[in-house]
Design a protein around this ligand. Structure first.
Ligand SMILES: [Fe+2]
Ligand SMILES: [Fe+2]
Length: 161
């Protein structure tokens, strides 16, 4: 595996683990806001991000590359509203999509077809991640300043397995 690609994949492992850390911090905030359903949703999302990191971790090893773990940045701890949390989660997913797309471009430039093929799963996953994040933003927008609506949205998010 070329050094440039290895570095990009290591950097992506860091971004996925940071995503998990950020979503866990969001989950803690939502819990403190008495929104257990939204907190559960975010906690499950954090677990998915760890799985993403581990997929890349395994791939780098499989390709005889070297996984080098870097420090994970501390996440934000406070937000002004649940809507702001979900807006930032969407913004973060768009940032991750860009990052994946950049690695796809590099893998294509380097004619690294194995990495290119591997990344297709992430390209499809990001479509889903952004769609879910957008749906959540829309839900929270609809119930702004509506405690009963917020209660219903929280109940809906609690249904995630
Ligand atoms: Fe991810
Ligand atoms: Fe994600």
């Amino acid at each position: 595996m070329k050094k440039k690609i290895q570095e990009a994949l290591n950097d992506q492992i860091n971004k996925e683990l940071y995503s998990a850390y950020l979503y866990l911090s969001m989950s803690a905030y939502l819990e403190a806001q008495s929104l257990p359903g939204a907190a559960k949703w975010m906690k499950l999302q954090a677990e998915e991000e760890v799985e993403h990191a581990m997929k890349i971790f395994s791939f780098v090893n499989e390709r005889d590359g070297r996984v080098l773990l870097a420090p994970i940045e501390g996440p934000k701890q406070e937000w002004t509203s649940p809507l702001e949390v979900f807006q930032q989660a969407l913004k973060h997913e768009i940032f991750v999509t860009e990052s994946i797309n950049n690695i796809v471009t590099s893998a294509s430039d380097e004619k690294d077809y194995a990495t290119l093929n591997f990344l297709q799963w992430f390209v499809a996953e990001q479509v889903e991640e952004e769609a879910n994040a957008r749906e959540n933003v829309e839900m929270f927008k609809r119930v702004e300043n509506n405690p009963h609506g917020l209660f219903m949205v929280d109940r809906a998010l609690a249904a995630r397995e």
